[in-house]
Design a binder for this molecule. Structure first.
Ligand code: FE2
Length: 364
């Protein structure tokens, strides 16, 4: 695209810093249907950390844990619990991506460097974003290997099937009070993204809790980053709850797209993934709100799937409960039927469901 100083081909990978990468990898295999791809650890010459790489269609997760106290990874886990450290972006030129963003005010995470093995060469560079989260630019056009140099193949016997997750639709960041526009400006000015839709707190609040959200997207729309900040309500916003437990800003949820949300949700539930449930009354008014949809209403209601419509079509979505001990990171499963929005019409019903959970946690 013309004037796009930061062309991005897609999300390259999402890296989590976790307490025990081996066990987290098992969870993402067994519960979410990710397939084993690559490994790095003692056997590959690393002494300080272990990483497992899993993939499902175009979604790549890296789970990394520290093997030494006091490391950046250990400290990250100590402060935040298990959480997302890296949202890596696939680019054609990692050096230029770094220069263009740092020139516009990005804080350097690391300068560009090349890394190679017998499969070729990658170039990596990195910048900071909200909280302790970073973006790594990955240039892999001269690389044929499965993941990155330094990793070896990982091919365990245990390989539960995929659940039909296809790509990362969007990744949401929670930032502090009054910081949403700072990060909206960052994605606009430093990374050349544009704002998609704007909500105000009247749009997404209940009697008790509220948030504000703006969506930033790359010019080709391959990358979409909604940014949330808490808003004042009678009780504690779910964003504030996240900030309290994560001890600062961080990635809140990854939305993963499927071509058949009913089948995917049935598979995820059978493997132990738990979802938020809206009150059954949500389904009484659904046909009036969204009109005719392709899917039968019975399984939509049975599995608690949400539906929303915009000018271009509709979408189906559902949200998991947090997957960590702390109420921090969770997942959204989404199926788009033309709609390019994010389910604003569902926020109120969802908030009421989240408030029930917060009430159980004593954090409302
Ligand atoms: Fe979302």
């Amino acid at each position: 695209m013309q004037n796009d100083f930061l062309p991005i081909n897609g999300t390259d990978y999402v890296e989590f810093y976790v307490g025990n990468a081996r066990q987290a990898a098992h969870y993402y295999q067994s519960a979410f249907g990710f397939q084993p791809l690559a490994y790095a650890g003692l056997e590959t010459g690393l002494k300080d950390r272990t990483s497992y790489v899993l993939r499902q269609d175009k979604i790549t997760f890296v789970l990394t844990s520290s093997m030494v106290p006091g490391s950046m990874i250990s400290e990250h886990c100590k402060l935040h619990g298990d959480g997302i450290k890296v949202i890596a972006l696939w680019v054609d030129d990692a050096r230029k991506s770094y220069e263009e963003t740092v020139k516009r005010g990005a804080k350097s995470y690391f300068e560009p460097y090349a890394s190679s093995d017998e499969q070729g060469e990658v170039v990596l560079s990195g910048i900071h974003t909200y909280g302790d989260t970073v973006h790594i630019f990955v240039e892999r056009k001269n690389y044929k290997g499965a993941f990155l140099p330094g990793f070896t193949g990982w091919d365990p016997v245990y390989k539960p099937s995929s659940v039909g997750l296809r790509y990362a639709d969007h990744i949401v960041g929670n930032v502090g009070w009054g910081e949403m526009d700072t990060w909206v400006d960052f994605y606009h000015e430093v990374m050349g993204f544009n704002q998609l839709i704007s909500f105000d707190d009247n749009d997404i609040s209940t009697e008790y809790t509220a948030l504000m959200s703006k969506v930033m997207a790359s010019s080709n729309m391959y990358i979409k980053f909604p940014i949330n900040e808490p808003a004042k309500g009678l009780k504690k916003s779910q964003i504030e709850e996240y900030l309290d437990f994560y001890h600062g800003p961080g990635a809140q949820h990854v939305a993963m797209a499927t071509d058949n949300i009913i089948e995917t949700v049935i598979a995820l539930k059978s493997r132990g993934v738990e979802f938020l449930r809206v009150p059954d009354s949500y389904y009484d008014t659904l046909p009036d709100r969204v009109g005719k949809i392709d899917e039968a209403m019975a399984p939509i209601k049975e599995h608690g799937i949400l539906v929303d419509r915009d000018e271009e079509g509709y979408l189906l979505q559902i949200f998991s409960k947090p997957v960590e001990d702390r109420p921090t990171v969770f997942y959204e499963i989404i199926q788009r039927k033309g709609a390019k929005s994010f389910g604003k019409g569902n926020f109120k019903a969802l908030f009421e469901s989240i408030e029930l959970e917060q009430g159980r946690r004593g954090t409302l």
